[in-house]
Structures are given as C-alpha cells and as structure tokens.
Design a protein around this ligand. Structure first.
Ligand SMILES: NC(=O)c1ccc[n+]([C@@H]2O[C@H](COP(=O)([O-])OP(=O)(O)OC[C@H]3O[C@@H](n4cnc5c(N)ncnc54)[C@H](O)[C@@H]3O)[C@@H](O)[C@H]2O)c1
Length: 256
C-alpha cells in the first residue's frame, strides 16, 4: 500500500537536490505535491518529472524568506488540493565560506533570513492550514549540531531551527500535528559538490549501503523525511534525527 495515498505534501527547495528527490518520493507514494523553489525553471522541471512518472504536482515559485510567499504557497496548496498533510521545509542556502573574523554582516543577515527566519515563517504558514494527523520536517544539518569554522552563519542558522522546532512542537501537538528536525551530514547535491552525480530514485533494496562517514544520496535523506511524515512515525515529535553515516557518532580518532 502506498503510504501517502489521498494525502497532500509540500516540499520547499524542490528545484534541486534532496528537495527534488523528496518530492518525487512523496508523489511515488501517492501524495499530490506542491513543489516550491525560488528557481522557476528547476521547480517546473521537478513538477514535470513527477507528472512524467505518473504522479500529481504543481510548481510554486516562492522566496521562503518572505512572509507573504510562505502564506501563498500554503494557501495555494490547500486551494488546489483541498488540504495539506506532509511538509518538508528543506530550502536553504550555504553562501560563501569565510573564517569567523572575515565573515560579513551582509552574509550573516542573508543566511539567517533564509535558513532561520524562512523556517520560522514556513512553520507558521503551514501549521496554520494543515489537517490534524499531519507532520512537518524541518531540514537542519550536522552543522546544526557541530560548529562550522568556515561558515558560522550557516551553522548558527541550522542550530536555530532545532530550537525553533523543539519550541513549536507543543503548539503543533495541540493541533494534532507532529514536527521533527533532520540533520544530514554530507549529501551528494549541488550544495555539497560543484557537479553532483545524477542520482536516480531507486528501489529501496538498491539504495547504496552505508559508507561510514561518507556521502549520502539525496534519496537516503528523502526516505527519512517520508518515514517521519508517515503514520509509522506517529509518536515521534519534537525530535532531532541525524542521518550522516555515523559522521557525528564519535570523535574522529584512530582506534587502538
Ligand atoms: N548537501 C549537503 O551536504 C547538506 C548537508 C546537510 C544539510 N543540508 C541541507 O539540506 C537542505 C537541502 O539542501 P541540498 O543539498 O539539496 O541543496 P541544493 O542547493 O541542491 O538545494 C537547495 C534548494 O533550495 C532553494 N532555495 C534557496 N534559497 C531559497 C529561497 N530563499 N526560497 C526558496 N527556495 C530557496 C534553492 O534554489 C535550491 O533549489 C538544505 O536545508 C541544506 O542546508 C545539505
């Protein structure tokens, strides 16, 4: 049985990378999907891919750093598909790397306004319209657990969304909604490598096996997001889920 038959999903940052993979997996499991991104061509391509694969999707071009655009994406989804059940607030930016004393205020403000404030706005906009029983995932990073010496703003923004989700979980619970954080390590996307490999969606038994402290595929992350939004995760909320091939499980020191 498909886990999201009759459900409606929304994924931000769905023009590329793990957002695109997650949107395709939601659609393959029966959801109608609103795919959101600031990149018009990319998000339209994702919606077209989903339709070519037999799914249902529409593209919504929006900048998640703007309050009104978050509200529009949520309202358009409900107007078009009649409700909203599963949300992956995945969009974010990395910006330029620079050590702490060389990082600029402009960079800090932009990263915080997209990655941190954008998640706050997205959580409020979708939580307002979601149907009871629904679930939200907010994308953090292992840079939300450990520092990032050459991108302090990114790390701070990813730490902040963990605090936001933990703080919001009781209010979401009062509405019959769950909300969780996912913290990937390195993932093979444009954010991580200049020319990411073309990662197809594969049957679960063909997902690459664990590469200890290695790089995940976008689908590895998508599968965790789908699980957290599914009824099998019905008692999981306000929690932080690391998916990093063991990257943060221990100090990186030789065993002897
Ligand atoms: N790739 C990694 O190694 C890695 C590791 C840990 C966490 N993450 C996080 O995972 C998520 C997905 O990253 P990815 O690797 O797929 O990156 P990506 O760059 O491939 O995709 C990010 C998407 O977000 C969109 N986006 C950026 N700013 C936006 C805005 N203001 N409004 C709307 N859309 C916007 C981009 O256009 C892009 O399509 C991000 O939250 C990222 O911080 C990535």
């Amino acid at each position: 049985m498909r886990r999201f038959e009759g459900k409606v999903a929304l994924v931000t940052g769905a023009a590329l990378g793990m957002g695109r993979a997650t949107a395709r997996r939601f659609a393959a499991e029966g959801a109608k999907v609103c795919v959101v991104d600031i990149l018009k061509a990319g998000v339209e391509e994702t919606a077209a891919m989903i339709r070519a694969e037999g799914g249902e999707a529409f593209a919504c071009v929006a900048d998640i750093s703007q309050e009104s655009e978050n509200e529009r994406m949520a309202d358009e989804t409900v107007a078009r598909y009649g409700g909203l059940d599963a949300v992956d607030l995945n969009a974010a930016m990395l910006g330029e790397h620079a050590p702490f004393f060389e990082s600029t205020v402009a960079h800090y403000d932009r990263i915080v306004s997209v990655n941190q404030r954008g998640c706050f706005l997205g959580m409020r906009a979708v939580g307002r319209v979601m149907r009871p029983g629904g679930a939200v995932v907010v994308m953090s990073s292992t840079a939300g657990i450990l520092g990032h010496p050459t991108n302090p703003a990114y790390s701070a923004s990813k730490h902040a969304v963990i605090g936001l989700v933990r703080s919001a979980a009781p209010a979401f619970g009062e509405r019959g909604l769950r909300i969780n954080v996912v913290c990937p390590g390195g993932v093979n996307t444009r954010m991580h490598t200049p020319e990411p490999l073309d990662d197809p969606i594969v049957p679960l038994q063909d997902l690459p096996p664990v590469d200890f402290r290695g790089i995940a595929t976008p689908q590895h992350i998508a599968e965790l997001v789908l699980f957290l939004c599914s009824s099998g995760a019905g008692f999981i909320t306000g929690a932080v889920h690391t998916i990093d091939g063991g990257g943060t499980c221990a100090f990186n020191i030789p065993l002897h």
